[in-house]
Write a protein that binds this ligand. Structure first.
Ligand code: IPD
Ligand code: CA
Length: 274
């Protein structure tokens, strides 16, 4: 399989998705409908669906036998969807979040992206995340590093003390509310300051490029982190579950993503309090 060629094609589709986000946004979302899914915080818009359909159609042209693990349900494409998580371990799978940061998109907070990962026999080989608002394209190929707008990102290490850290609120599961804000408190105590941005994929990417020293969240879906995990790992970050154990594609795992020293310093304290 020509991964260099596939990476270029995936990058170009992510840019197309970004143009769709910007076009909807500049018309003040006039033509976009908004619905809820599992609860009041879990939003889906007609633009999520349109982008996902476009990506699935084009990716299927590239690899006709591919399967998909995607955030939204697009009726015309359901037969290509993975129904059992084990299916990721066979053949090519695209894990897609058409808009990560849907709530930001709906509320006009310009911090959202499109996230596409390609796995082969269960291993992520390519991860691409595009933020159309900042025109930033993060792109990684396994073992070949990660670039931001074509510039290779450096591999480095840093202590948590001097870094800004970021947490996610796992907003679709109220059972995580209290532990999430204990986590945020611990991050604030350990680091220079904390942020909550509303896009898990960009939280991984911003950790990859050094804007954050560490990112943690107590419940995510595969499409939220599949591309971001490879992007962060290719810049030397450690990506695991919150307790330091390995993170694979599974039902709503937690995530911890950061520079090796920052992760170690965090875990020393987190495990004391857990
Ligand atoms: C959400 C965002 C958010 C994170 C949630 C995700 P969505 O994705 O990444 O930052 O806290 O856990 O589900 O719903 O906007 O695609
Ligand atoms: Ca989404």
């Amino acid at each position: 399989m020509d991964y260099v060629y596939l990476q270029k094609q995936i990058e170009s589709l992510a840019l197309d998705a970004g143009s769709m986000i910007l076009a909807a946004d500049t018309s003040d979302l006039r033509d976009v409908t908004v619905d809820t899914k599992s609860g009041r915080r879990d939003l889906v818009t007609s633009m999520d669906l349109e982008i996902q359909k476009m990506l699935m159609t084009e990716l299927q042209k590239l690899i006709p036998s591919c399967r998909f693990l995607c955030e939204e349900a697009v009726p015309a494409m359901q037969t290509a969807m993975i129904t059992n998580a084990d299916e990721i371990n066979r053949g090519v799978c695209f894990i897609i979040d058409p808009i990560d940061g849907t709530a930001n998109f709906v509320h006009g907070n310009h911090h959202s992206c499109t996230s596409i990962a390609m796995t082969v026999d269960g291993e992520t080989q390519i991860g691409v995340v595009y933020d159309p608002y900042l025109d930033e394209l993060f792109s990684a190929r396994k073992g070949c590093g990660c670039s931001l707008n074509g510039r290779l990102l450096p591999v480095f290490d840093t202590s948590i003390k001097s870094e800004i850290t970021v947490f996610g609120t796992a907003p679709y599961d109220d059972a995580t509310n209290a532990p999430t804000f204990r986590l945020a408190h611990l991050l604030y105590e350990l680091s220079a300051d904390v942020r909550r941005t509303g896009s898990a994929a960009l939280d991984c990417c911003w950790t990859a490029c050094g804007r954050f020293g560490l990112y943690a969240e107590l419940g995510l879906s595969s499409w939220d982190y599949a591309a971001g995990k490879l992007i962060a790992e290719e810049t030397g970050c450690i990506v695991s579950k919150i307790d330091g154990t390995s993170l694979c594609f599974e039902e709503r795992p937690s995530i911890l993503c950061g520079r090796p020293s920052a992760v170690k310093e965090f875990l020393d304290e987190y495990c004391k309090n857990a």
